[in-house]
Design a protein around this ligand. Structure first.
Ligand code: URQ
Ligand code: ZN
Ligand code: ZN
Length: 485
């Protein structure tokens, strides 16, 4: 039996129009005015006075991530359930091999963890080291496992940090394979130096975290990644931009015609760095994530970057650790597991502060919460659009529904919410995944394991053109005859 969504206003990234949507067998079957269904053919959802939009895509989450000596508290089932409760119907998570860990083995391990997911998911794969096996495995992952994006952590020295050698080798390989390179842009050497310097000066609390990661640490790494990607002619996606410096680096490169994309977290748009100076350790430590939340000047610039198209996507970097886990850094901020939540609240806070706040149109809201990520990671229009044949991942959005965010009521498996107490107007009344209702009016109806792994094909066209260009521009050796006698 299908689902008929009646009398709503359909909102895609490019346009809005009145219409009914009929879903069956996991996809959108029909779109049109006054669709007639044979009696009993469908469960009917009254979308009168509401928007019918593509389900959110969060391109940056870390469910059950083993990190900094512990494991993130949110797993793939609870995390995708919380996401659905807030209107997000797909996540792109990360396989993060330890240095020297075989990439394909790590990928298979993460695939096992994700089998419990309730909604669809995919994986970026991190390149945290380099040798010939990595060169080989990247091809296997692209050609056999639907991976088209490779992540590089320029931070986290001594753990998963990729140095310039790894960046150069991996970026080159990504381009050969038709994949996109993505980076966490912070200079890991600078961070380590500043952390140790602050700690030696007796700054041991969470207030040391932002001091060890000033905006310049991010700006340098963003600029370096952009320059390396430019020389190697590989598209680049910079995750969780938090600072004016990285924003300006992206804007310059894009104005120069370079294929660079930027992501911003809902948290970085709305939470400021005063949280780290809160007297309560648990409160301050709960906000420790990298790059850190910054002051209002950066937030203002990030909103402008999102509005003008310098930044294309929003995400959450949902990576949860509860107070007992964060307490590992009670006496040493360098040991506080980095990460915060948000997967349930991204859509709501972006609607309230973006659309209600007059910063985004409803179409731009769809673009930055769903369609752009689908396009950049090559799964559009299967995902990110309300169109016939697309997956029936849909949110019915009630612009008048109000709610107050709280850890007491959220579905996220974590004891803290960075948006605690925030009052919102506008929320999903219904979420559908694969044409099935997974959330309706406060009730989650997710099924463990119902989610599917989504293959993301390489970017053939762009790379074929590149190959032709490279052939044409191949440098020619200068023929030098014998010196004249
Ligand atoms: O750096 C990341 O994206 C992961 C490890 C989550 N933690 C964080 O602080 N952002
Ligand atoms: Zn990161
Ligand atoms: Zn992350």
């Amino acid at each position: 039996m299908g689902v008929l969504i009646k009398d709503g206003t359909i909102v895609n990234a490019d346009r809005s129009f009145r219409g009914d949507v009929y879903c069956a067998d996991g996809i959108i079957q029909q779109i049109g005015e006054n669709l007639k269904m044979p009696p009993g053919a469908a469960e009917v959802i009254d979308a009168g006075g509401q928007y019918v939009m593509p389900g959110g895509i969060d391109p940056h989450t870390h469910m059950e991530l083993p990190f900094m000596g512990t494991v993130a508290s949110e797993d793939f089932f609870t995390g995708t359930t919380a996401a659905a409760a807030g209107g997000t119907t797909m996540i792109i998570d990360f396989v993060i091999p330890s240095p020297k860990e075989n990439l394909v083995e790590a990928y298979k391990k993460w695939r096992g963890w994700a089998e419990k997911a309730a909604t669809d998911y995919s994986f970026h794969v991190a390149v945290t080291w380099w040798d010939e096996s990595v060169h080989r495995d990247m091809e296997t992952l692209v050609k056999k496992h639907g991976v088209n994006s490779f992540k590089h952590f320029m931070a986290y020295k001594g753990a998963i940090m990729a140095d310039d050698g790894v960046l150069v080798n991996s970026f080159t390989r990504a381009r050969e394979l038709g994949a996109i390179a993505t980076v966490h842009a912070e200079n890991g050497e600078l961070v380590a130096h500043l952390q140790n310097q602050l700690f030696a000066q007796g700054i041991t609390g969470p207030e040391g975290h932002p001091l060890s990661r000033p905006p310049g640490v991010e700006g340098e790494a963003a600029e370096r990644a952009i320059r390396i990607a430019d020389v190697l002619n590989v598209p680049l996606y910079i995750v969780h931009n938090s600072a004016i410096q990285s924003l300006n680096a992206i804007a310059r490169a894009r104005a120069d015609g370079q294929r660079v994309f930027g992501e911003v977290l809902a948290g970085h748009l709305l939470i400021d760095d005063s949280v780290y100076r809160h007297p309560d350790f648990d409160f301050a430590a709960a906000h420790v994530m990298s790059p850190p939340f910054r002051d209002a000047e950066h937030q203002k610039a990030l909103w402008k970057g999102l509005q003008c198209g310098t930044l294309q996507t929003t995400a959450t970097d949902h990576c949860c650790f509860c107070a007992p886990q964060k307490a590992a850094g009670k006496d040493d901020f360098r040991k506080i597991p980095n990460g915060t939540g948000g997967v349930e609240d991204r859509m709501g806070v972006l609607w309230h502060h973006g659309v209600n706040g007059g910063r985004l149109t409803v179409n731009e809201f769809v673009a930055v919460t769903s369609a752009n990520a689908a396009k950049i990671f090559n799964i559009y229009p299967r995902k990110g659009s309300i169109s016939v044949g697309a997956d029936a991942d849909i949110v019915v959005w009630n612009p008048e529904k109000t709610r107050t965010i709280s850890a007491k009521t959220h579905h996220q498996n974590v004891d803290f919410n960075i948006f605690e107490g925030m009052e919102l107007r506008g929320a999903n009344s219904v979420t559908l995944s694969q044409g099935k209702i997974v959330y309706k009016d406060g009730e989650v109806r997710t099924v463990k394991g119902a989610g599917r792994y989504v293959d993301r094909p390489p970017f053939a066209g762009y790379y074929d053109a590149l190959k032709i260009k490279a052939e044409k521009e191949k440098p020619k050796a200068v023929k030098r005859g014998k010196k004249a006698a």
